[in-house]
Structures are given as structure tokens and as C-alpha cells.
Design a protein around this ligand. Sequence first.
Ligand code: SF4
Length: 171
Amino acid sequence: MYLETIHLTKTLPCLAEPGKIIVIGKPNRSLDLVIPYLATLPGVLAYNPETLTLTFRRPSGFLTLYPDKVYLTQITNEQEGRQVLTDLVAAINATWEHRSELVAVTRPKRAPNHLDIWQLLPRTNCQACGERTCLAFAVGLVQRTRSVDECPILLRDTAFAERKETLEAML
Ligand code: SF4
């Protein structure tokens, strides 16, 4: 067994999806050793082996793993969040037990598309970044012609701090 629990430590409103929440969990031990093996699983959107940040697409929303925390978007309520964290512990332990059959990933993967990125933007279309829409800004991020810091909402509004961190991990 690699870890016992991931405690739900915090929830935030999911501003882009009214009524949904963002769930943040803390594993009872660092995920640093298992993340390179988890990066072999299907559904990986982005992986940075230097920072050990790994993002998966979920049926709705995203799951991002850091060595010291887990971040889930578009969760219906705390009950669902706790269940997803419990399922994640089982998946992490199963991956760790089968690690001898896996080849740890050492290369970065960056494959988000502009719609993946757009889902994490504020989606207000306020045009403060100089683009007409958040979708246009998302295309610029994927094409590397814009940077996350050029959205002043993401940069200054603390409600978007976690989402900004996830975007930076994905890009
Ligand atoms: S500044 Fe941010 S919120 Fe406003 S349009 Fe640009 S990407 Fe969207």
C-alpha cells in the first residue's frame, strides 16, 4: 500500500460552473514516488516531471495531482468529492502495487486543447487581456503566444488562484 488516505481539506465554489465545487485534498504521504507511474495511465492531459504535476481529464472536469495535494474541479458536492478521493487512493495503491510492470514516465507531456484550457479560464469575456473572448485567449495559450499571467482576472483574483496553478501545470 502506498498511502492510506487523502483528506478533503478545502472546497471552493467552481466559478465557471455555478453550483459545482472545487475540492482540494491532502494525501497522508507525499505522492512524489508514485506520480511518475500514474503518468502511464490513460487520460493524462499534462505531466511535468520536474515539478511532478500530473493532470487527468475526468468525465467532467479535471484531476490534478501534486506531491502534496490533489485538486478536483466540477464536483457536485462534498460527498462526491470524498468518494472521488477514496477511489483515487485505491487507484494510486493499485498502480503502486503494479509498478514493476510499468515504466515510469520521465518526459513531459503537454496535450491540452483549447477547450480544456477554456474550461479553467474565468469565462467572463471581459476583454481585459486584449482578446475578444476567453476562448480566443485559450487558443493563444495553447499556441504559446499568450501566457496565463496576461489574464488580469487570473492574476489578481484570489478566487482563481488554484485554477491558475492548474493551468500553469497543464501548460
Ligand atoms: S482577461 Fe481573462 S477573463 Fe477576461 S477575456 Fe481575457 S481570458 Fe477571459
